[in-house]
Design a protein around this ligand. Structure first.
Ligand code: ZN
Length: 237
């Protein structure tokens, strides 16, 4: 299997991505830079620490967009502190949060944040509930959301339930980065990752384990190898 050591970096001219970490049940954190635009993907626990070290306060205040693949804690655990930091540091420009329809975690955090800090939020927070797979533009980035198949275990630890979950393909200057989020092997990700400049694919299982929550290494590698370059992430440590 391809060895990964965090942080993972990829760059083509002024388009780059840094994956601070992607550890199942602990935390994910991703920063994409496209020209002068900075966007964050899946701000798990520790995102603020990593961003602070990477780009510093002034650039953190300039972050315009946050993309959420799904509401599991290892993908959104840093949202509250991120929102609060921007308020404390007096951000003025809008923050757009893109998330899948039905992701109650993001709406709950947003509602609680607005309630707690109703009189002291310094910047507009604009929720973009994604309801379709239509492409749209943010700055010079074309964003293509696509549905993936991600499930969670219910309290009996056997029954599974699908959660609202997306992958994203980000295109800037004709370069494509495809991030599948958490997913089992699914046709949408196979199609979207193919031919991309970079595919980021979760490999949450050993080949010996079989369930429909995550992908095995060989499934993930197969998808990764259909792109020009790839990272396998979300590998149990
Ligand atoms: Zn998940």
């Amino acid at each position: 299997m391809k060895e990964q050591k965090y942080p993972l970096n990829w760059q083509k001219d002024d388009y780059s991505i840094k994956i601070f970490c992607s550890i199942p049940n602990v935390a994910t954190g991703i920063l994409i830079t496209a020209g002068s635009a900075l966007v964050v993907v899946d701000p798990g626990d520790g995102i603020l620490r990593d961003l602070n070290k990477e780009v510093g306060t002034a650039k953190i205040l300039g972050i315009s967009d946050v993309f959420i693949t799904h509401g599991h804690h290892d993908h959104i655990g840093g949202v509250w502190s991120f929102l609060t930091y921007l308020r404390v540091m007096n951000k003025k420009t809008p923050l757009h949060i893109h998330y899948p329809k039905g992701c109650i975690e993001i709406e709950s955090i947003y509602n609680a944040f607005c309630k707690v800090y109703s009189k002291s939020i310094t910047y507009p927070i604009l929720l973009n509930k994604i309801t379709s797979s239509k492409s749209y533009r943010r700055h010079n980035i074309t964003v293509k959301p696509f549905e993936v198949v991600h499930k969670e275990l219910l309290v009996d630890k056997q029954t599974t339930k699908q959660v609202p979950a997306l992958g994203f393909r980000f295109t800037y200057n004709q370069k494509q980065i495809c991030y599948g989020g958490d997913t089992s092997y699914c046709a949408n990700l196979v199609n979207m990752a193919k031919g991309c400049d970079l595919a980021i694919v979760e490999a949450g299982h050993d080949d010996s384990v079989t369930d429909d929550l995550h992908m095995s290494h060989s499934e993930a590698e197969k998808i990764g190898m259909s792109a020009k370059d790839y990272f396998l992430v979300h590998v149990p440590e």
